[in-house]
Write a protein that binds this ligand. Sequence first.
Ligand SMILES: C[C@H](O)[C@H](O)[C@H]1CNC2=NC(N)=NC(=O)C2=N1
Length: 112
Amino acid sequence: MATLAESTCEPCGKNAQPLSLGEAQERLKSLSQWQIVEHDGIMKLSRSFTFRDFASALAFTQRVGDIAEQAGHHPVITTEWGKATVTWWSHAIQGLHLNDFILAARTDEVAE
Ligand SMILES: C[C@H](O)[C@H](O)[C@H]1CNC2=NC(N)=NC(=O)C2=N1
């Protein structure tokens, strides 16, 4: 069976149904260290990663940018000295979709 990171993102149009909090919490079980956060009333998926310096955090930021471009699905990334915070949600539905969990799993892979 394909891992979460290997799963294919589905097109997510405006009419897709966002995951409920319960569904999102169930999906969260397959990701460690990510948390569901709420900003401006929108549920999002967020994790911070630590690095030895700014250059490493910046290189990771670029790798996340690359997987985002490949998938056509984009996060907010905050890059600091020794740290990058990645937040995924689906703008089109103002909430969480399976695609966000797939991209979070791919983010973990490019952090390694
Ligand atoms: C036209 C383009 O595919 C869309 O605007 C994409 C771009 N990246 C996106 N990224 C995210 N996170 N959510 C979206 O709804 C989204 N939509």
